[in-house]
Structures are given as C-alpha cells and as structure tokens.
Design a protein around this ligand. Sequence first.
Ligand code: BV8
Length: 223
Amino acid sequence: MKIAVLTGAGVSAESGLGTFRDKDGLWTRYDLNEVATPEGFARNPALVHDFYNARRANCADATPNAAHMALAELATGPHEVTLITQNIDNLHTRAGSSDVIHMHGRLMRALCAACGARWDAPLVMSPHDHCPSCGATATRPDIVWFGEIPYDMDAISAAVATCDLFVAIGTSAEVYPAAGLVELAGGQTLEINLAPSARANAFDDHRFGPASEVVPAWVAELL
Ligand code: BV8
C-alpha cells in the first residue's frame, strides 16, 4: 500500500517532550503570539530564542520511543511510506526514519531571514548570531510560525491525495492546514491518538491509547 502518515506532538509525548494543548501543554505556559509568530520574533527575538533554546536542550536529552521506532520499521517493509510530521524535534530521524517531511520546520536547523541560508543550529542561538553566508544578524530557528506557509505543501498534498491509507498519529487536529489533510486523503483514513481529536469524525477508523503501545501493534499487523 501507499501509506501517508502525519504525526503530531502526541508521538513525542512519551519521550518527555511536552505537547501543546494538553494539561500543562506549551501553549498553556507560553503565549504562542509572543513565541511562535514572526511578529513576536520582531518584537522580542531574545525571548523567542530562549523559548527554542530550551526546547532544543530538551530534544537533545530526549530519546525516540517505541512509536518512533515502529514507524521507522514500517518503512522497511513492502509498503511505500511517506512520513509527514508537525513536530520540530528530530526523534523520527534519530529512530531511523529517512526523508521525514517536517512541515513546520526543524528545531536543529537555523535560518537567515536576510538571505535564506540554512545551517545546523548551535544548541544555543541568540539575536547576535551572524549568518555564516551573508554575515547578517537576522538568524532565526528554521521553524514555521503561525501565519507562515508550511514547508513542502505540494509534496504533502500529492502524497496524501494519492495514498491508499492516511494515518494521523498524536495530533489534536486544531492547526491548519495539517488538520485539513484528512479531507484530501484519497484512501482509507485512520486516527491513532490518546483521545478523539477535533477532526475525529472525518476519519473512517480510530485506535485510542498511548502511541508507544498502539503504533507498534498497528505496524506489526501491517508487516
Ligand atoms: C498558514 C511550529 C497560510 C512552532 C507550529 C483555518 C481555520 C482556522 C485557523 C487557520 C486556518 N488556516 C490557517 C489558520 C491559522 C493557523 C491555525 O491553524 N491556527 C489554529 C491555532 C486555529 N495556521 C497557521 O498559521 C499555519 N499557516 O495557515 O499559512 C496557508 C494556508 C493554506 C495553505 C498554506 C498556507 C501555520 C501553522 C504552523 C504553526 N507552527 N509549530 C513550534 O512548534 O513551536 S503548530 C504546532 O501546533 C505544532 O507544530 C502542531 O502542528 C500544532 C498542533 O499541535 P499537535 O501536534 O496536534 O499537538 P497538541 O498538543 O495540540 O495535541 C497533542 C495530541 O496528542 C492531543 O490530541 C493528545 O490527546 C495526543 N496525545 C498526547 N499524549 C499522547 C497522545 N497521543 C498518543 N499517545 C500519547 N502518549
């Protein structure tokens, strides 16, 4: 089968990386307008760098869990798997998945807002960092903030529209265009989550429970 998988923060929750909207989620502790919008970055780049420096440190200390490992194993079988993630952590790649589509960017990458150059981010970024290409001090985390266009939308739309099976794992389906991909899905649709998401009714099938338990069991069936 052609399988398109979309993951969200729930797949990394059991690796100790907080989700956004659950109890004590990131957006309950930080104002997303301050730390995850281009306007917030323009107002206070130091505040935004501190926010992502803390998440980069957490990510460096975290390890992939059984859900990440199972999705990497799924791609080694007979099925053609496209792995799309809303997550900015690198746990899918560290679990062995290749060609992961990071539609909202990557914590471990830096971007020059002046010339568009990209490079591996240092653990700690600051507003005084110079771009290694043009020298400007306009460096930012290579992350898609609210109001910005997600990355690789053409490849994502094509993979979802032509798949036999679309699976959303660990996402609340509150943020668009990611939450609308189920509408685009050409084949069967399955939601794997701790609890029904905001778009649960749009899916044909559902499996509820912790990703580290439900995803390996589902992958074992497919393999
Ligand atoms: C854009 C990077 C134009 C930063 C992120 C239509 C309607 C309404 C609003 C809009 C709309 N279209 C656009 C908008 C505006 C906005 C939006 O959607 N706002 C929301 C808040 C209403 N969207 C945008 O601005 C997007 N850009 O639209 O540009 C455009 C339009 C069309 C086509 C092209 C361009 C840009 C959005 C990207 C913003 N950046 N992240 C950062 O990470 O700091 S979004 C961020 O939140 C995440 O990346 C993720 O994408 C998103 C949602 O989070 P989830 O991953 O779902 O996490 P959440 O905590 O919400 O849920 C966790 C789930 O896991 C829960 O369901 C829980 O039950 C479950 N769970 C928990 N533990 C476990 C578990 N499941 C299994 N096992 C467990 N152990």
